[in-house]
Design a protein around this ligand. Structure first.
Ligand code: IPE
Ligand code: MG
Length: 241
């Protein structure tokens, strides 16, 4: 391997499915199908590299603003995808967790999420966090409310709350993101895991997600390896330089 630092947690903002299809004179739905297929490949590649946590932004709360036809298509695709994942994640020992508000999702989707998360909850080493109907600001508000109830019920002492302990109130208690990848040339965070991204390295790829493959992931990891992460501190002992 030509890089030594393997991030512990990677986040990917999946983007460009629609443009991928439009460039080929296809319907946007064809792009979503191609993107969904590529997700399987990316999940395998990421875990094969020894990365322990992968968070995927597959559907934002704001995505519900899209046309009814597209939203319906995506919901059907998500359901089919989860049905396949139910078998695959158990075989590959991938722990799946889901972040986001579950309420507007169909009962069928919520049931299958329940089943997969229950069946895979004891696996360790590979955790896949699916951000579905997710928004980062909403997550922080929901976490603050949970914390408030713990405080007023004397389950936690307000003085003990700090940046680290706050993680336990987020949808999933995951470690911070080390590397964020967004495909399709857009350079925005778009409300993705705002709390967990505080010190992440950001990597923007021009490639549309359905075409984002092994080479592209390896390039992102190479770039990550060249970055110097200082977490606001100062690296190096040459204190007088
Ligand atoms: C990402 O692709 C997939 C979802 C948000 C569901 P887009 O659908 O955002 O594709 P573009 O950005 O329109 O090309
Ligand atoms: Mg987009």
């Amino acid at each position: 391997m030509d890089y030594e630092k393997i991030p512990n947690h990677i986040g990917i903002i999946v983007d460009g499915n629609g443009r991928w299809a439009q460039d080929r004179g296809l319907q946007r739905s064809a792009g979503h199908l191609a993107g969904a297929e590529n997700l399987d490949e990316i999940i395998d590649l990421v875990f094969a590299k020894g990365i322990a946590y992968l968070s995927l932004f597959v559907f934002s709360t704001e995505n519900f603003k899209r046309g009814k036809k597209e939203v319906n298509f995506l919901m059907k695709l998500i359901k089919k995808k989860f049905q396949k994942d139910f078998v695959r994640f158990q075989k590959d020992q991938i722990r799946m967790v889901v972040s986001g508000e579950r309420e507007p999702l169909s009962q069928e989707i919520n049931d299958i999420i329940e089943n997969i998360t229950e069946k895979t909850k004891d696996f360790r080493g590979k955790t896949l966090n699916i951000c579905l109907n997710y928004g980062g600001q909403r997550e922080i508000i929901a976490a603050s409310k949970k914390m408030y109830y713990d405080i007023i019920n004397n389950r936690v002492n307000i003085d003990m709350v700090d940046e680290k302990t706050f993680y336990q109130y987020l949808y999933q208690s995951l470690p911070p993101i080390d590397l964020l990848i967004r495909t399709s040339g857009e350079q925005r965070i778009s409300n993705f895991m705002l709390y967990q991204l505080a010190y992440a390295e950001l990597y923007f790829s021009e490639v549309y997600f359905p075409d984002f493959g092994k080479e592209d992931l390896e390039e992102a990891l190479r770039v990550y390896n060249k970055r110097e992460r200082r977490f606001g501190g100062y690296n190096g002992s040459k204190s007088n330089s």
